[in-house]
Design a protein around this ligand. Structure first.
Ligand SMILES: [Zn+2]
Length: 371
């Protein structure tokens, strides 16, 4: 019978040992053991080391920490939307059919925002600086998603009564301008103004040093305002419009599902429920940020279904009555949005990237959790 010689057995044991040391569970910490920049409302335990390596961050996705489900609830849907994007790209001759471009831009933004979010949640514990920069990208991606929604609403969702109106003509340019407001206000709510409020190191978030309530309100406004602006034509169509030119079709009920989920998403984000009622009870499973991700992504799914329904049901009519769909009001606008957001992210990141080495001078808890 075949048996391993002694040296090869030893070698195998070493390999196995290396493998297990690679996947061994990392230590997690309580809220009192990590710097303030890493604190989350109502979350007491399950924090990863605040100076994790990139490898540790990736490996931590395979053990339960307070971030694990935040990552997976956005990483897996990224692939779903990527599959949808590829399906449309490959099946519908999309390159030559301008009518499909708004849907493509929307689906692209639906791939980018959950991917940016899952990357931000994965690598946010590399350092306080990395955490801020990760979330700047997350905010930029949300701005792109907001513009993606506006571009597709302009093409497929506007009620007949508003097609070709003055509001319709300015709708996408205003949505592009909203990118500046949304990304910069979200970044500001986190750290304040670059060079003025912070230079190199930020151990505490701006909100904790200045006004926590104002910071939270600004962050909510940064996301809610573009969403509400984008949805003006849809809300008019669903809830206010009376008469024949209101575009009452089968897509309406799907739009309502999306709208309800969007408001539930905003409610979870702004209230921090349920963990605010029972701090420490939902640290790993069931806290508001996980629910916020899940509701948001299901809402995006319904939004996509509603867009597709409108796109098919109204095609013949919109091709005649609606303004022409061009490169500028689809892909071009999205590119402008990406450039604006990247510029703002650079502006907010430069002081963090080119400052002196990061320290946590006042944090005895930072010392406690060194490996
Ligand atoms: Zn998130």
């Amino acid at each position: 019978m075949f048996s391993l010689s002694l040296p090869s057995q030893a070698l195998r044991a070493v390999h196995l040992g290396n493998m297990f040391s690679l996947i061994k569970l990392q230590r997690v910490f309580t809220v009192h053991q990590v710097p303030k920049a890493f604190h989350e409302d109502g979350i007491i335990s399950g924090y990863r080391h605040p100076r994790s390596s990139a490898t540790d961050c990736v490996l931590s996705l395979f053990q339960l920490t307070n971030e694990t489900l935040n990552v997976w609830t956005h990483f897996l849907p990224t692939w779903y939307f990527l599959w949808k994007l590829m399906t449309v790209l490959l099946m519908e001759d999309a390159w030559y059919d301008a009518y499909t471009w708004p849907l493509l831009v929307f689906l692209f933004s639906c791939c980018v925002y959950p991917l940016a979010s899952s990357c931000a949640h994965t690598f946010s514990t590399m350092s306080a600086r990395a955490r801020h920069i990760c979330y700047f990208f997350d905010y930029g991606a949300l701005s792109l998603y907001s513009l993606g929604s506006a571009i597709s609403y302009s093409a497929y969702v506007f009620p007949d009564a508003w097609v070709n109106s003055t509001f319709h003509a300015y709708y996408i340019p205003v949505a592009v301008l909203n990118t500046i407001l949304s990304t910069s206000m979200a970044c500001y709510s986190r750290v304040g103004l670059p060079f003025l409020h912070y230079k190199h190191d930020i151990d505490e978030r701006f909100s904790e040093r200045q006004s926590p309530r104002l910071s939270k309100v600004l962050r909510i406004f940064a996301f809610a305002y573009p969403y509400l602006f984008d949805n003006i034509p849809l809300f008019y169509r669903l809830f206010l419009c009376v008469g024949e030119s209101c575009t009452d079709n089968e897509a309406n009920s799907i739009h309502v599902h999306h709208t309800l989920l969007a408001f539930l998403t905003g409610f979870l984000f702004s209230t921090h429920l349920p963990e605010r009622l029972a701090p420490g009870c939902f640290d790993y499973i069931g806290h508001s940020h996980q629910l916020f991700h899940v509701c948001g992504i299901i809402g995006t799914h319904f939004q996509m279904k509603a867009l597709e329904a409108d796109m098919v049901l109204r095609q013949s009519q919109l091709l005649v009555t609606a303004p022409p769909i061009t490169f500028n009001n689809t892909v071009g606008s999205a590119l402008v949005c990406v450039c604006i957001s990247l510029g703002i992210i650079c502006l907010y990141s430069v002081p963090l990237l080119y400052g002196s080495p990061e320290t946590h001078p006042t944090k005895t808890e930072g010392k406690k959790c060194k490996h």
